[in-house]
Design a binder for this molecule. Sequence first.
Ligand SMILES: [Zn+2]
Length: 122
Amino acid sequence: MATVGELTASYENFLVPVLAPRAGVCAVCKTSVLPGYDTCYQCKEHRRALSGTADVVAPVALSVKGGQWAHELSSYKNSPSASARGSLGLRIGAVLWRWLDASPRTLVTRPAHGSRATTGSS
Ligand SMILES: [Zn+2]
């Protein structure tokens, strides 16, 4: 059985760190936004279209369109191969494990009522 470190070793070269809060960064999902905007288009549309939106978003890494992480998340969700989805699920779960282990305890131990984890790719 592979360790969490072994399962995540290949990700260390291409995961993109989440941007720090500042002007030009979406207040919700932490992606970059155009000058003058507080949120990205997707977060703005989620707030407009949904009656309830997330009260806390804790991105693990930026998923850059066309990048390796985006490809991994998309393949995990959409691959026709159950074996590939299972393998990717194990590796992505190991990344989440490492992220939770390195995150502040208040984020991990006090989830909001009805909170859930999800990937941000489509
Ligand atoms: Zn956003």
